[in-house]
Design a protein around this ligand. Structure first.
Ligand code: CP
Length: 367
């Protein structure tokens, strides 16, 4: 099914849901159980809210983004449609900011280096009208011994309405959410556990290029064991109805890849042959020093994406990579810059996905 047909189908379903939301409370009011002593407006309002919650469980109830493991397939589909609907705003000249979050402030707290996530959250904040506070551990008063708790509380006292957090420690966004339960936290990558906005932007970029992902196969190749992107991608592509396989050196794969939610295909050439999307992961070069693979050259020959590996792929297969990339290690320059590459589209869709996340969670649609 093309993207247009799939989007049309979802629009029709949404229209049916809206009709139900409007008609059901009125029908209940007219035909059954109406107590004339009850205030009519209140009755209709609360009944409408109740049905909306049932029909649209995600969009208007989601408040923060720590992970994707509580997202339903409808959440992923609705999210992708919404993120793609924002594209003309980013792509027109001059841009047409959404401006739904004007008067709000988002603090970007990066305890770990980043180019894409950090700057695309900043771009998304501009596009939604929110003011940004850009904070990084280096150059902050943490160097003078200020604790993480005091740093978070200090920033939050500056009128912050949302906190974007990246940290090398697994679970840190959850910890920070507990420190400031009144301010939504957006996980921008924690340790090797989760990178939810990367998972979301990847399905937005893949849908934009390929259309409906239901039934598609995604082959994730490389350092799966230590990859937060792989964990979020398995959930995001799985939620869109795609099948996920993983391949790579056994030392860089989880002990039980099936429990991870993906089928293990030891030979990357076989994994690629079945795939509509070939997703490469960055090789963390310190893994070689730890002896998890013999040499960069050997890694590229066996598991690197180059013209030889892609010669096994389906004609329409595309190449993705969360980046930053190691050219000549997990991906050749020819593939990274070639026609099948979605790498630049991924960065572009990162802004759309983060605009959608901030707008939905900070209540842009309700303002
Ligand atoms: N993909 C990704 O998270 O990139 P950055 O580390 O540059 O944010």
């Amino acid at each position: 099914m093309t993207i247009h047909a799939a989007a049309l189908k979802r629009k029709i379903n949404a229209s049916i849901k809206f009709t139900k939301i409007i008609m059901q409370p009125i029908a209940r009011f007219v035909f059954c159980g109406y107590n004339p002593r009850e205030d009519t407006t209140r009755f209709l309002f609360f009944e409408t809210c109740r049905i909306m919650k049932e029909e649209f469980p995600m969009a208007w109830n989601r408040w923060n983004l720590l992970d994707l493991n509580d997202w339903e397939p409808d959440d992923f589909h609705g999210f992708v449609d919404y993120a793609l609907s924002l594209a003309p705003r980013l792509e027109s000249l001059p841009k047409k900011p959404l401006d739904s979050l004007r008067g709000m402030t988002v603090a970007n707290m990066f305890f770990e280096n980043s180019t894409r996530t950090r700057n695309s959250f900043a771009a998304a904040e501009q596009m939604t009208g929110a003011a940004s506070i850009d904070w990084s551990a280096s150059g902050s008063s943490m160097a003078k011994g200020e604790t993480l708790r005091d740093t978070v509380w200090t920033l939050c006292e500056m009128g912050v309405n949302g906190l974007v957090v990246r940290h090398s420690l697994t679970g840190m966004p959850y910890y920070i959410q507990k420190l400031v339960p009144h301010i939504p936290v957006f996980n921008a990558g924690d340790g090797a556990r989760s990178h939810p906005t990367q998972g979301l932007l990847d399905i937005v970029a893949a849908t934009r290029r390929l259309g409906d992902l239901k039934g598609a196969t995604v082959a994730i190749i490389g350092d799966v064991k230590y990859s937060r992107v792989a964990r979020s991608d398995v959930l995001a592509f799985g939620g869109m109805g795609a099948r996920v396989t993983v391949s790579g050196p056994r030392t860089l794969l989880p002990a039980n890849p099936e429990a991870f939610g993906a089928k293990y295909v030891p030979d990357p050439r076989k994994a690629v042959a079945e795939a509509d999307i070939v997703m490469l992961l960055r090789v963390q070069l310190e893994r070689q020093e730890a002896g998890l693979f013999p040499s960069v050259k050997e890694y590229h020959a066996l598991y690197g994406a180059n013209e030889e590996l892609l010669s096994h792929a389906k004609p329409g297969a595309v190449v993705m990579h969360p980046a930053p990339i190691n050219r000549g290690v997990e991906i050749s320059s020819g593939l990274a810059d070639g026609e099948r590459s979605l790498l630049r589209e991924q960065v572009h869709c990162g802004v759309l996905a983060r605009m959608a996340v901030l707008d939905i969670c900070l209540g842009g649609g309700k303002r």
